[in-house]
Ligand binder design. Structure first.
Ligand SMILES: Cc1cc2nc3c(=O)[nH]c(=O)nc-3n(C[C@H](O)[C@H](O)[C@H](O)COP(=O)(O)O)c2cc1C
Length: 303
């Protein structure tokens, strides 16, 4: 019997699929439905200190081989999200819930991290990579020093696993090294790619914010490269993310070095049943190739 069990920084997962931040991860009921749909873990929508309305419409566009979004980190702020998370814990207990936070500086990160720890999430994911919210996300993650400082201060403040979600940078190895040195317990690679689409008829950008983040099947090769390079450089686990749509995609990421996998746009392409379908496809390929457990092939492409 094939086993898909895995663990990241002490967080045990029944299967390696984790709902990526920002996709149906904002309310207690949608998050609990994601567990019912087959995810082994869930990352909640990135939450900031204060409520934020995000960018003007249109914020989302389907392209030929991916999705372009410029949501702009809309969220209800930590005070109101606390109630949502408490409700969630009363519905699902014991399931791995990773709280994603974004901030413009390390002291704000620390405040949010302490709040998340008090609420009781099992791990934190620092959004160091959103490409379309000025002063947040990638603005921090692209700078090795600022990324390292954010992780270091959060690690000094809380007693729980901290994941650093990195942008698809050319020098991802250096950033991965910096956050590992600062105490990160895992790396998540990658967030969306900064991109745009133009309407030939109106001669205007499609998105209200003009530029956004590209996700879905088109970005898989970039995600694979980032996981591959991170795995070569650091000893902490790497969580793969970016364009994982099928069981085949998921296993390619495992070969590149991923211990677990985050899934976002696939929910759009394959429906809410996406995790169950991907798990079944992974099992069937593993059976064909006589692989008993996931840990036998993590990073195998490096052998
Ligand atoms: C509509 C939308 C909203 C997103 N919001 C967030 C977010 O709040 N925080 C974050 O870290 N990533 C966010 N992401 C990025 C995803 O978590 C993920 O890193 C990215 O979409 C690549 O994975 P995918 O190709 O499986 O979608 C968002 C992506 C989409 C499409």
């Amino acid at each position: 019997m094939v086993s898909l069990k895995t663990s990241v920084a002490g967080i045990e997962l029944e299967n390696p699929l984790i709902l990526a931040s920002g996709i149906l991860g904002q309310t207690a009921s949608t998050i609990s439905n994601m567990f019912k749909a087959g995810f082994g873990g869930v990352v909640t929508k990135s939450i900031g200190k204060d409520p934020r309305s995000g960018h003007p419409n249109p914020t989302m566009l389907e392209l030929d081989t991916g999705l372009l979004n410029a949501m702009g980190l809309p969220n209800q702020g930590i005070d109101s999200f606390e109630n949502e998370l408490k409700e969630l814990f009363s519905i699902v207990s014991g399931k791995p819930i990773i709280g994603s936070i974004f901030a413009s500086n390390s002291s704000e990160f620390v405040d949010l991290a302490e709040r998340m720890e008090d609420i009781g999430v099992h791990a934190l994911e620092l959004n160091l990579s959103c490409p379309h919210a000025k002063g947040y996300g990638a603005a921090i993650g692209h700078d090795t020093e600022t990324a390292g400082t954010s992780v270091l201060e959060v690690k000094n403040a809380v007693d729980m696993p901290v994941f650093a979600k990195l942008p698809p940078a050319d020098n991802i190895s250096e950033i991965a090294q910096a956050v590992e040195g600062a105490g990160a317990d895992a790396i998540v690679a990658i967030n969306t790619l900064k991109a745009m689409a133009i309407n030939l008829e109106t001669r205007k950008p499609f998105l209200g914010n003009k530029v956004g983040g590209y996700s879905g099947p088109a970005i898989k090769p970039v995600g694979l490269r980032c996981v591959y390079e991170s795995y070569q450089t650091v000893d902490i686990p790497v969580i793969g993310c970016g364009g994982i749509t099928t069981g085949r995609d998921a296993l390619e990421y495992v070969l590149a070095g991923a211990t677990a996998l985050e899934i976002g746009s696939s929910i759009y392409y394959r429906g809410k049943d996406a995790p169950r379908k991907i798990v079944e496809e992974m099992k069937s390929i593993m059976e064909q190739q006589e692989i008993d457990k996931l840990s036998d092939i993590i990073g195998a492409v490096h052998d």
